[in-house]
Write a protein that binds this ligand. Structure first.
Ligand code: HEC
Length: 226
């Protein structure tokens, strides 16, 4: 009998350790938490500038329009063109989509693959993945570039200059802003949706107070009649 129990216990242990091993194998490295909020407009603005400066040379955000993003980030449409068309010397229309300056044919020859559109990337991979990915590049002693999270990645170490010139905390903060902006881009209605949640809660609070006062009012009559 005890042998049977012991056997069952061992089997249970084996299964649970298998699932732990599986969980940790899911990603090459553990993901770091991106502490971001799309309600932080200043962070979104800094992230948009990071994007225009470091990512737009290869990646598009083809589902995001310049004037819409500008409005959500607290810029005028013209300011939006200036920020998002940074690589085009600030030239473009407010109604343009946020498009890369890279030609896909050149990209294919240079990287062997066309850099994917990043409009939905934050939803596809998640913000923690993005935050970890962008901070997982390293140049090895023999000069080769590796990414600990995405082995064999075709994307160059584009933030190398930034990462090697800034203290880790400042670099992390810049990457967090960038990831925040990509999170916004993946769901431009998110800031409004979150704000709406707070409005609804506020409304419900007021309603609770009014309902309570109403109840007091009704019962006052009942009590005086009794
Ligand atoms: C010099 C061109 C270039 C620049 C600049 C660049 N990327 Fe990339 N990126 C690529 C290429 C090429 C790939 C495809 C990698 C692959 O599939 O191996 C890629 C892939 C990615 C991926 C992974 C997509 C996926 O889910 O497989 C993410 C995320 C990404 N880039 C984000 C960024 C961000 C954020 C920036 C700005 C800091 C940036 N990239 C700048 C070329 C670039």
């Amino acid at each position: 009998m005890s042998a049977l129990i012991q056997g069952l216990l061992w089997a249970g242990l084996a299964i649970s350790s298998m699932s732990i091993a599986h969980a940790s194998n899911e990603h090459a490295v553990a993901l770091d938490k991106a502490k971001i909020s799309v309600l932080d407009q200043a962070s979104l603005q800094r992230g948009a500038d990071m994007y225009a400066q470091y990512c737009m040379g290869c990646h598009s955000l083809k589902y995001v329009r310049v004037n819409r993003a500008a409005k959500d980030l607290g810029w005028t449409a013209e300011e939006g063109v200036g920020h998002f068309q940074y690589l085009r010397g600030g030239k473009g229309k407010p109604t343009d989509m946020i498009e890369t300056t890279l030609n896909p044919v050149t990209a294919k020859t240079a990287f062997g693959t066309v850099p994917p559109d990043l409009s939905l990337e934050a939803r596809l991979r998640g913000t923690d993945w993005l935050y970890t990915f962008l901070r997982s590049y390293e140049r090895t002693a023999d000069g080769k570039v590796i990414n600990h999270l995405f082995s064999g990645v075709a994307m160059p170490y584009v933030l190398e200059g930034l990462q090697t010139s800034l203290p880790a905390r400042e670099f992390d903060a810049k990457v967090a802003d960038l990831v925040n902006f990509l999170d916004y881009a993946a769901e431009p209605a998110k800031p409004k949706r979150l704000m709406l949640g707070w409005w609804v809660l506020g409304f419900l609070m007021i309603l609770v107070v009014l309902t309570y006062l109403l109840k007091q009012e009704f019962w006052r009559d009942v009590k005086t009649q009794a």
